[in-house]
Design a binder for this molecule. Structure first.
Ligand code: GLU
Length: 494
């Protein structure tokens, strides 16, 4: 099989958003599947809008996601001379021409055409200027753009899109499009093709929003004597109101950076984004990297647009619930050492880190993370919902306090008394703590459930959590007793 070379050529005019990331991921998967090459190319020719910050954001975002590239980053701006040369070559070969029509003239003609319900495409006024006429206009210093001369042919031009099938357009509908602006700068349409030819790109996998360029680009490949790559246009990502997701409409929730901040596991986001636009043809939703590379194919990219199911303003759903579920899956099943590594920075920031977690307290740390992760959805939950396991300054969820503690005034005395009893428990294990708590409940003629629920909230601040005896062992004897003895303070605060 021939070599596969694909590319991701973002314009660095904003952060890396999930739509762009998905495009990168699809290209990367295709390259990895075919043992080909994945090139990162920054299309920074729009100097006014390109920023260093955005370039860095793209590189950081891809790196964080684990999407590695084989070549680049290349910068389009470094090839400006080549783009100009190619434009001149097209002029020299008579495949393009200088157009001196002014904006005003074009606008008047456009309006006239609209009025007469005629085609509004460029009428070709400058297409057949004689060399003398051109020389004269240039001598007068008149500005011009360069237009591509669409071949005079009957019928249709088309291509076989790997996702959408045959796409065609009638030659008569294609106008002589501009390839160089009046300021001498070649347009995206041309630069992109020149770069793709130089990089020997075999497959162009990009969003359907670029389909309007494709036919014109195919004409450029042909004019430049280059082989046309295979095209695969992916569906767009829309929100529930069917709006294209964008920074302007949705803000940070569509940036890769946001997912990082919200405690996403990089691969979980990759997994989610792939399913947002591709399907394996089975019910499988969780894919390891190897499985995904194996299963991926352009043919199974969805034809219709994907819906990003995000409800603004619902804090529980800071993103698509499916994304959260996939993240929770990885959070609960990845080797606990990997999770420990992923939360380390956050623990440091939250004042929860202890170097002993990589030394003598390593086993305790891993066991505790493993115990509490079963109910968590994001990496952030360890430092927030799980704070009581690692520090004493944790908050008690008001609902839990009310339901599990304050509604049971008897706990004000019972829990400190239990704390007192527990002093004698030795060793401190699942069995001994359970026996002590059950004995205590019986002695006091109280339901064990009431004591246990109260303990859960007093010890962890939460309404729900792992089995209480596991919690007791994880938190440790000393801290359990101290917290139980402090129960009366909780009644005083309200
Ligand atoms: N710079 C273009 C973009 O960011 C690239 C389009 C393409 O893949 O050809 O949308």
């Amino acid at each position: 099989m021939s070599e596969v070379i694909v590319r991701f050529p973002p314009s660095p005019t904003g952060y890396l958003h999930i739509g762009g990331a998905r495009t990168a991921i699809f290209n990367w998967l295709y390259a990895r599947k075919h043992k080909g090459k994945f090139i990162l190319r920054i299309e920074d020719t729009d100097v006014e809008r390109s920023t260093q910050e955005s370039i860095q954001g793209i590189i950081d975002g891809l790196t964080w996601l684990g999407i590695d590239w084989d070549e680049g980053p290349y910068f389009q701006s470094e090839f400006a001379e080549e783009h100009k040369k190619v434009a001149n070559r097209l002029l020299d070969e008579g495949k393009a021409y200088k157009c001196f029509c002014t904006k005003e003239e074009l606008e008047t003609k456009r309006k006239q055409a609209l009025k007469e319900k005629r085609d509004i495409k460029y009428d070709g006024t400058c297409r057949n200027l004689t060399p003398e006429e051109i020389a004269k206009k240039e001598a007068e210093g008149l500005p011009y753009v360069v237009r591509f001369k669409v071949p005079e042919r009957q019928g249709k031009i088309g291509y076989d899109d790997k996702v959408l099938g045959r796409i065609e357009k009638d030659y008569s509908e294609i106008e002589d499009f501009v390839i160089v602006r009046s300021n001498g700068r070649p347009l995206y349409l041309l630069c992109n093709v020149v770069d793709d030819i130089r990089d020997r790109i075999t497959h162009i996998i990009r969003g359907q929003d670029h389909m309007s360029n494709t036919i014109r680009q195919i004409l450029l490949y042909e004019a430049l004597g280059a082989k046309t790559p295979v095209f695969a246009h992916m569906p767009l990502t829309l929100d529930l109101q069917k709006r294209k997701i964008s920074k302007r409409t949705h803000g940070e929730v569509v940036s890769v950076q946001w997912y990082r901040q919200m405690g996403f596991i990089p691969w979980a986001l990759v997994n989610f984004l792939v399913l947002l636009g591709w399907n394996p043809g089975t019910d499988q939703e969780i894919f390891s990297k190897e499985e995904l590379i194996q299963a991926f194919s352009l043919e199974r990219i969805n034809k219709s647009n994907s819906i990003f199911n995000y409800r603004k303003g619902d804090p529980k759903f800071f993103t698509d619930p499916k994304a959260i579920n996939i993240n929770a899956h990885y959070l609960r099943t990845l080797p606990i050492e990997e999770i420990a590594e992923m939360i380390k920075e956050d623990f440091k920031e939250q004042g929860l880190w202890d170097d002993a977690y990589e030394g003598e307290k390593r086993q305790w740390f891993l066991d505790t993370l493993d115990l509490i992760r079963t109910r968590f959805h994001t990496l952030k939950d360890f430092a927030t919902l799980g704070r009581a396991y690692f520090a004493d300054d944790f908050e008690i969820v008001p609902k839990a306090l009310k339901k599990n503690v304050l509604k049971r005034p008897e706990l004000k005395e019972l829990l400190p008394a239990l704390g007192q009893e527990l002093e004698a428990v030795e060793p401190w294990t699942l069995e001994t703590t359970e026996a002590a708590v059950r004995r205590f409940a019986e002695d006091k003629d109280t339901k064990a459930g009431i004591i246990i629920n109260g303990m859960r909230t007093v010890l962890t601040g939460q309404l729900k959590g792992p089995g209480i005896f596991d919690v007791m062992v994880a938190i440790g004897k000393k801290r359990v007793i101290t917290r139980l003895k402090r129960t009366p303070e909780l009644f005083e605060k309200v």
